[in-house]
Design a protein around this ligand. Structure first.
Ligand code: 173
Length: 322
């Protein structure tokens, strides 16, 4: 009897000690999304967050705070930079107010797995660390080229007389196609179309149904250009505060997230079919015009990058190109 008491106490103490240590080892990271909560990107992110939390008890947890209602899309980059939140699902075009280089990631022509092998990922992180106080964690969208969607038919790549909604992704290219451009976050596109404030907009091949833009869209111009970059970024001090096991766990889960990126190829073709069914007509150019159109997008994209940040753009161009 007596012998049991100290054992029980010891067990209790051990349990308390263990759970105390476990608490000290568990970190909770606050995550926001610059993209709508009902959109495809967050739809694919949340199951991953649940898995991270289920498998990461005692190590690392992610607390999803919300989408653009929590933090406006163009503010999310600064929120990560300053540590107002720990992490964001974001795209570089939304945080050129932190650094112009953020928007260069649309120009990658190789998969993120290859970027991790060829040094591009490390080169990105050097810039993200130094200029944005961020760790670039993982790219969760690939193979989603951007397109021009418009209600005014064209028979050549010329947007003269058209007002097109943009973000920095499209600015230089669309202006070179003679468009009048208006910057808005995605949440304002539907109303802008409805009121005739814009004739069209730039957006990737997938996702226009998420905010009902198919109701206000007549044409999609092919081919697509660039590759939509949607990634997880993290406040650098918060990243550096992680213990070694926490960082290793996060890294493992980030690689698992990227390993799901094959999804986007089929999603793109499914979305093309869905657009057609919804009555959106594809405008296609002859092969030579289509190639010139796409080449022009990249030429203008890189020229603009080199103008804004010559040394970094030069380094990235070698690492991002095929
Ligand atoms: O809002 C946008 O058109 C934009 O810049 C973007 C970037 C990545 C994915 C989707 C949209």
């Amino acid at each position: 009897m007596n012998a049991r008491i100290p054992k029980t106490i010891l067990a209790l103490l051990a349990a308390a000690g263990l759970s105390g240590a476990a608490c000290a080892q568990e970190v909770t990271l606050r995550l926001v999304s610059a993209f709508a909560e009902n959109g495809i990107y967050v739809q694919r992110l949340l199951p991953w967050v649940h898995k991270v939390n289920a498998e990461g008890k005692g190590v690392l947890q992610i607390n999803f705070i919300g989408g653009p209602k929590a933090i406006p899309p163009f503010e999310a980059g600064n929120a990560v930079k300053t540590g107002v939140v720990d992490m964001a699902l974001n795209t570089g075009a939304f945080y050129t107010n932190v650094m112009p280089e953020a928007d260069f990631l649309k120009l990658t022509q190789i998969p993120v797995a290859e970027q991790r092998r060829n040094g591009a990922f490390d080169a990105i992180n050097k810039v993200w660390n130094e200029k944005a106080n961020m760790q670039y964690l993982a790219r969760m969208v690939e193979n989603q080229p951007f397109h021009i969607y418009t209600n005014k038919k064209v028979d050549k790549p010329d947007l003269s007389g058209q007002k097109i909604r943009i973000t920095p992704v499209y600015r230089d290219f669309f202006q070179a196609l003679n468009a009048n451009v208006i910057t808005t976050p995605p949440g304002e596109v539907y109303t802008a179309l409805e009121r005739g404030v814009v004739d069209g907009y730039g957006w990737p091949i997938g996702g226009i149904f998420d905010l009902n833009w198919q109701e206000k869209t007549k044409y999609r111009i092919d081919p697509g250009f660039y590759d939509a970059e949607v990634s997880l970024v993290m406040n650098l001090p918060a990243y550096r505060r992680l213990t070694e096991p926490q960082r290793a766990y996060l890294h493992k889960q980030l690689l698992a997230l990227e390993a799901e990126n094959g999804f986007w190829v089929k999603y793109a073709s499914d979305e093309v079919a869905r657009q057609e069914k919804a009555g959106i007509q594809a405008i296609r150019f002859d092969a030579a015009t289509a190639k010139a159109f796409r080449d022009k997008a990249y030429d203008i994209g890189w020229a603009s990058a080199i103008k804004q940040s010559p040394e970094i753009a030069g380094r990235f161009k070698t690492l991002f190109s095929k």
